[in-house]
Design a protein around this ligand. Structure first.
Ligand code: ADP
Length: 364
């Protein structure tokens, strides 16, 4: 029996095989079998047999083998075997774990960006369609229903001055209504663009957060005023419970987070309530946004903070959005020395918790 060549010992060590296996005379199929079983102990015998057959045939036919082997511990090895003119074999095993991992991340990020472009185009097109439609209508103001009624009343010459004034008011009201729709759509586009700009700033690390000691009420009031109307329009119960006190926060950015959280709570709740509570807990201020909406699957609870991630549920598809809000909010919370977390039960509702320092954290 010949001595085991050093490369054989290394091979045995690398694959955690007994070194005697590498002695001259061990059939190639035996080595492959032991190695395959050590990596996949539960492999069914027929699958193993077929795999061995393919490996040995490939070796006998052309002598060249190129494939990727994934190990149970996550390691990925590129296997290349070549037959030399004298009948011997040269085999290369290249560790491509990091490369494979980096490629997967790059592919996932590329896919997320492509998905985002699709979602964003859709989100931009909807308000743009409204703007173009309204602009088209008002461009031909004479054909608006209120204008036609007014014109025919003037032409008939038998209407009183008061009647004409009232019809004129109706025409102004219709114009104003159309313009409101246009402004609402314009605001929505502006929001999307601002979100993209914030996101770009976060990615480049150039976002500025300026926390100061702020009154909790001062942060919460605009959120309550604006969003309670939205919740009521949807027929939801909207409740706010807050303590008086101060929080160490960038007023504008933290309000932005709360607008995002409460806006989502309203967006994803069809009936029931949206409740916001603010309490002081030791040296933190805790903002909790509870809803009785669609909830989020447990497996996706972490991913929703990833940029552009949206739960692929009918609820999300129905209400739209871009998947930027929570990623931005999560970043702002951390930059403000706080944290943003979530708990949720599918079909029952979600609770987003924003925790911020109650005192001047720069002095702590
Ligand atoms: P957007 O709402 O624009 O899609 P967000 O980043 O704010 O983006 O949210 C990401 C995703 O997280 C949403 O698309 C939705 O699937 C899920 N989500 C966020 N908040 C809630 C909530 N309160 N209830 C259910 N799902 C939510």
């Amino acid at each position: 029996m010949c001595a085991i060549p050093p490369v054989g010992l290394e091979y045995a060590e690398f694959h955690d095989l007994p070194k005697e296996l590498m002695q001259c005379g061990t059939p190639y199929s035996e080595i492959v079998k032991r190695f395959t079983l050590s990596e996949n102990p539960l492999l069914r015998p027929e699958v193993l047999a077929e795999w061995l057959e393919r490996r040995t045939q490939a070796r006998q036919l052309g002598g060249s083998i190129d494939h990727i082997v994934k190990f149970g511990n996550g390691m990925v090895i590129k296997v290349s075997d070549r037959r030399m003119p004298d009948g011997s074999y040269v085999g290369l095993r290249v560790d491509v774990t990091e490369l494979t991992h980096a490629r997967k991340i790059a592919e996932a990020s590329n896919k997320a960006k492509t998905d985002f472009m699709n979602v964003l185009s859709h989100e931009l097109r909807t308000p743009m369609t409204v703007i173009m439609g309204v602009a088209g209508l008002t461009k031909n103001a004479r054909v608006l229903s209120s204008s036609k009624i007014l014109l025919s009343a003037i032409e008939s010459g038998d209407r009183s001055e008061d009647e004409i004034t009232s019809l004129l008011d109706d025409m102004f009201a219709q114009h104003s209504d159309l313009m409101s729709k246009m402004i609402k759509s314009g605001d929505h586009i502006m929001e999307l663009i601002n979100g993209m700009l914030d996101f770009a700033k976060i990615e480049s690390g150039s976002i500025l957060i300026n926390p100061t000691i702020c009154d909790i009420k001062d942060i919460m009031d605009p959120v309550e005023q604006l969003l309670s109307t939205l919740a009521q329009e949807k027929g939801l119960i909207f409740e706010v419970q807050q303590v008086s006190g101060t929080v160490w926060a960038d007023r504008v950015r933290i309000r932005q987070i709360l607008f995002n959280l409460v806006g989502n709570a309203i967006k994803f709740t069809e009936s029931g309530s949206v409740r916001i509570t603010v309490r002081i807990d030791a040296d933190t201020v805790v903002f909790e946004v509870n809803d009785e909406g669609s909830g989020i699957p447990e497996a996706e609870l972490e991913s929703i903070f990833d940029p552009f991630y949206q739960v692929d549920s009918s609820a999300t598809r129905h209400v739209g959005g871009t998947g930027m809000g929570l990623a931005i909010s999560h970043n702002f919370a951390e930059l403000n020395l706080g944290e943003l977390t979530v708990t949720s039960t599918l079909g029952e509702g979600s609770c987003f918790t924003l925790t911020l320092p109650s005192t001047d954290a720069s002095k702590v």
